[in-house]
Each structure stands twice: as C-alpha cells, then as structure tokens.
Ligand binder design. Structure first.
Ligand SMILES: NC(=O)c1ccc[n+]([C@@H]2O[C@H](COP(=O)([O-])OP(=O)(O)OC[C@H]3O[C@@H](n4cnc5c(N)ncnc54)[C@H](OP(=O)(O)O)[C@@H]3O)[C@@H](O)[C@H]2O)c1
Length: 443
C-alpha cells in the first residue's frame, strides 16, 4: 500500500477530537477512495495533562503548534485551534512555507489573513483547504470552488450562524422575547457567554467574506461588509412577518449589482414558502443563484464536532489523493478589491414598523414623508395600541391615546430613501421610539 498521509493536528477541542475519531473509524473507506491511509502522527494543544477522549500516547506531542507545523515528520498540518492571530496564523504560515498543505476550520484566520495565506499556498504549490470554516458540515466551499466553477453567480446568501437561527426559531415557536431565547441558547451551549460576536452578525460576516471571495473572486475583507445583528428583533416583527407571508432570518448576502459586489449581513424577511425560510433551529443553509440555473439551496449542520470533522477529513482526503485547487478557485493575484457595500444604494422592499402617535394628522404626515422620497407602499397595517416591545398587551381592544403600531411593506425602493423618510418622520415627532426596519429578500 502507498505511504500514509501523515497528519500533524494542532487543536484537540470539539473538532480536533472528532477528527481523530473519524480518521480512525474511516480508515478503510479512506484507503478505498484515496489509495492511501491518512494517519494522525503528531498533535498539539495547550494542556498536555487535560483529560481527553483520545489516547495521547499514540501520537508525538508538541507543546508548540508552530514547531509541529514545521516538523519533518508530518506531511500536512490540520489547524483546529481557532483565532485570527498567533499561534494559528504562524503555524499555518510555517507549514505552507515549508511546502506542507494545510487544512483549517478557522474562519477568523481566513477572513483576516486569507488573502496572504492563499498567495503563500500558491507560491509553494500546496493546498490550503477550509471546507469546515463556513457552514460546518455543508460542502459549500467545494461546491463554489469546483462544483460550479464554470457558472456566473448573481447572488449567494445563507443562514450561516446557528445561534442566531436557533434564537429566531425559538422566539417564533415558543413566543418568547429575544433575551429569554438568548439565555436558553446559552444554557444549551449554542451561544457563548459573550454572545455579541454571533448575535450582532460578525460571525456571519466572516463566513460571508469567504463565500463572496469564492463566488465572485473578491479579495477577503470582512470590514467591507455592512453588518447588523438580530438583537433588536421583537415578537411583533415575527408576528407581522408571518401575517405578511414572510419569516425573519439573519442572512449573509453577497450580490452582484451595477455598483459592484454588495455584501451585507442583516435580519431579513424571506418569503415563507422559500427553501431558506424552512431552515429552523441551529441548522445552516446557503442558496446559490447562478445564471441559467434555478437557485440551489444546501441545508445541513453548521457546527458540531462530527459535522465539522467530516468537512476536515474530506479536505484531507483531497490532499491524500493529490488534489490541489487554488484556495479561492482562482490565482489570488486575480482576486478583485472589495469596496464597502454602499448600503444607501441598496434597492429592495422594506418592512417598516413605527409606533405612531395616536393623534390627528399622523397618518397624513407619514404618508407625505414617504411620498417625498417616492416610496410606494405594497401594504399598510395599523394595529391597536402597543406595549413597549411593539406587541399588543391586552388583546388589542382599541386606542388608548398612546402609540399605535403601524406596519408598512414598501415596493422596491432605495435604502437612502427609506432612511431619509424615517429621519423626517422622527423630526416631525409623529412617532415614538426608533422605527424598526427589516430588508426583504425575494426569491
Ligand atoms: N466547534 C464547532 O462546531 C466548529 C464549527 C466550525 C468551525 N469551527 C472552527 O474550528 C476551530 C476549532 O474549534 P473548536 O470548537 O474545536 O475549538 P475548541 O473546542 O475551543 O478547541 C481548541 C483547541 O485548540 C487548542 N489551543 C488553543 N489555543 C492554543 C495554543 N495557543 N496552543 C496550542 N493549542 C491551542 C486547545 O487546547 P486545550 O484543549 O489544551 O485547551 C483546544 O484543544 C475554530 O477555528 C472554530 O472556529 C468549529
């Protein structure tokens, strides 16, 4: 039998441990597919004395993952430590510079340094594979890089953060407010103690920058993405969405426009019958919209040790079989600069929820301000008096002299027009609180 592919594994946490088990369990299948076995020969983690679900004695131990990356005993580095900085960055650079391919699940590292790392991998003619970095077990990187490499993409969008999708699902199904659902997500281990990176959309933005680069050949730059999270979403919004035929999801969207590639992350109303609207709980999904092709939606587990490990092992199997594609599907020098998405130019339908002061002339004032910006309404619903989160606390039996929720759906208009109209309405003092605005993404 051919020589095994000798793996150095840096990081023995949730994913690293699952990778060790999967390689051991899948040995025969791997040999059948790749013509050679894959063997973990050396490992590194922070603590050698930590109790682990694997037998450390079987592997050479490295206290320093960078030393592991450069060691002559390994053919390939698998980086599963996480973090955009060192030691992950230096370990990956060291392996690539030594002519060793790298597999990583580290979206933070790729989003920040992917451009330079791809160039380094190209220079040394080795693979840099990162299937597990976006949407865990869904093979979206390979689909974009190889499966659809001849297609022209118009748009790619997805549910890329399981924590946010779990919270939105839980709010809708159990009729609980955002804070309560976040606490439950933390208790179940779906959300970090500091959840802001997930719920404010930054995790989705890192993954979107990787997907946009694969689909559109843009240089990686998560700072160029417009980002808005889900913490302001209320039950009133989810109820209104349901009534109007939509569901609210946190989407990462990269779309080709006349002004360039618009990249944005924000709560989005999607048609309730669409494939992406059916994706509930911690599950992830990505929809690809390419020319001449009906939209393709891939749905699956976005995280978890085994799901993520399966993507890591698939990347290793490619390396064992001698496959070496350019990391982002094209030479890194040909990737184009990204501009910050000019959100003012974004065009689409909008959901707007206002708390209108219940007094004469309010409706006329709001209508005038919208008309001044050429905003036409597809629908407008006026609710009964509202509680503080926009819901009707008493079943809504009538006006109370307070504020009345007004929900409007616009026809396609620009972000700039919506923002200007709402600034004017606030200045007119005919609404209380901040208006809620959610963009609509049609099929
Ligand atoms: N968990 C998922 O479902 C998932 C899904 C997709 C992608 N990912 C990505 O996969 C990567 C690993 O995630 P994970 O959940 O497995 O993380 P984790 O459970 O926190 O494990 C991290 C591992 O890295 C080791 N490590 C951390 N800093 C180190 C250092 N300075 N030197 C040596 N070792 C160090 C830790 O050592 P100790 O064990 O000694 O502490 C631990 O074994 C991350 O990039 C993450 O974003 C994870």
């Amino acid at each position: 039998m051919a020589e095994p592919l000798k793996v150095g594994l840096a990081g023995l946490g949730t994913v690293g441990t699952a990778v060790v088990h999967l390689i051991e369990r899948g040995r025969d299948k791997i040999v059948a597919r790749c013509g050679r076995p894959i063997e973990v020969v050396a490992i590194s983690a922070r603590s050698r004395s930590k109790k682990r679900d694997i037998d450390l004695k079987k592997y050479r131990w490295f206290g320093d993952p960078v030393a592991l990356a450069g060691d002559a005993s390994i053919d390939v580095l698998v980086e599963l430590m996480g973090g955009a900085g060192d030691p992950a960055k230096r370990a990956v650079e060291t392996a690539l510079a030594a002519g060793k391919p790298v597999v990583t699940a580290n979206k933070a590292l790729l989003a920040r340094h992917g451009q330079k790392l791809a160039a380094l991998a190209e220079r040394h003619k080795v693979a840099l594979n990162f299937e597990a970095s976006v949407a865990g077990g869904i093979p979206i990187v390979k689909t974009l890089r190889e499966g659809l490499s001849g297609d022209r993409f118009n748009r790619i969008y997805g549910i890329l953060n399981g924590t946010c999708n779990y919270i939105l699902t839980h709010m809708e199904q159990d009729r609980l407010a955002f804070d309560a659902c976040l606490r439950n997500a933390q208790a179940l281990g779906y959300a970090e103690a500091d959840p802001s990176f997930d719920v404010e959309g930054h995790d989705t933005a890192q993954k979107l920058s990787i997907l946009a680069s694969l689909a559109f050949g843009t240089r990686l730059d998560p700072g160029a993405i417009y980002v808005e999270g889900i913490s302001s979403i209320t039950l009133a919004d989810l109820d209104a969405a349901a009534e109007l035929g939509y569901r609210v999801k946190l989407l990462g969207v990269a779309v080709k426009t006349d002004a360039g590639i618009e990249q944005r992350v924000h709560p989005t109303m999607v048609p309730r019958e669409s494939a992406i609207a059916q994706v509930m709980g911690v599950t992830n999904a990505v929809t690809i919209d390419a020319e001449g092709l009906a939209p393709i939606t891939l749905v699956g587990p976005g995280a978890g040790g085994m799901a993520t490990a399966s993507a890591v092992v698939a990347d290793l199997a490619d390396i064992a079989a001698g496959v070496c594609a350019p990391p982002f599907g094209r030479p890194s020098a040909r990737m184009v600069a990204t501009r910050k998405a000019p959100m003012q130019h974004h065009e689409g339908g909008y959901y707007i929820r206002l708390l209108a002061r219940d007094r004469p002339g309010t409706a006329a004032t709001i209508a005038r301000r919208l008309a001044q910006q050429n905003i036409s309404l597809e629908s407008i619903v006026q609710r009964h008096s509202a509680g503080p989160d926009g819901t009707v606390p008493d079943g809504g039996t009538g006006r109370s002299g307070g504020s009345v929720p007004v929900i409007m759906i616009t026809y396609a208009t620009s972000e700039d027009a919506v923002r200007k109209a709402l600034v004017a309405v606030r200045r007119d003092r005919v609404i209380s609180g901040r208006p809620q605005v959610i963009r609509i993404e049609k099929n």
